[in-house]
Design a binder for this molecule. Sequence first.
Ligand code: ATR
Length: 287
Amino acid sequence: MTKQYGLLAFPAKHSLSPEIHSAAFKALSIDAQYGLFEIPENELDDFVKRLKSDLIAGLSVSLPYKEVMIDHMSEIDDDAKKIGAINTVVNRDGILCGYNTDFIGSNKALKEAVGELKGKKVVILGAGGAARAVIYGLLKEGACVVGILNRTLETAENLAKEFSEMFNVQIKAYSSENLAKDLPFKDDLGNEAILIQTTSIWTTNPDISEEYVRKFCPPEYVGMFATVMDIIYRPRITPLLKIAEDLGKKIITGDKMFLYQATEQFKLWTEKEAPFEVMRNVLEENL
Ligand code: ATR
């Protein structure tokens, strides 16, 4: 019987997960299909019931369900539990098992660009579900998460406190409202610091104004970092990465993290190595 996989998200249409996973199944001659489950929030409970009975073999989980889906899992992997969010479900005969491969993806993308992460100084922009996975991955590798910047300061403070306690480190929090003027964490950065943008701002505001971009990631602030990563892959060169590129910074585009989290997902579903080149080529063609 053909196995069913898919992306649970709302909205889901902007994702390239169907393209790369379908190509991977085909390349390994696995009898499986990957579709979109674009489920509004009021239908989530029914969808979860269907998931258990219909034997959908596995899911990718994206916005806005990474945190709420954890409550629907029978088993949760230890890393996912600590992150507090899942991006992958494996359905083992009706037992729903939750994992998070986002932190593996972000670590791989970072290491590929800057080498070992131990001791590297990093500032995180955003304090949502995606930030949680990125921060967890960094701390697990011994990187120094200097601080979290967020529009809503309280969310950044809560996140900083939670992970400071979990890893016995000191993460600071600061409002992202006045970056050009305040230059938060200026004295803690050194000359190899990394800035990572983790919010969904470019996806949710495709027509964002120049003015807002300059406020959200002012060149005066971006200029303090050696490397800038954005986890959004559409557009590949986000407004932040354009600013960083113009300043001559090393940039890491979001397609890297996306690809690496997907290959890990594929491994969890199939217990086989993912056909990396195939997936990368399909991603390249579709970006
Ligand atoms: P995700 O799972 O993608 O991280 P999320 O958990 O809803 O999504 O978190 C969204 C993040 O993007 C938050 O840090 C949010 O800031 P607030 O905590 O202030 O809401 C940030 N964000 C979203 N839209 C934004 C915008 N227009 N400007 C600044 N930050 C924004």
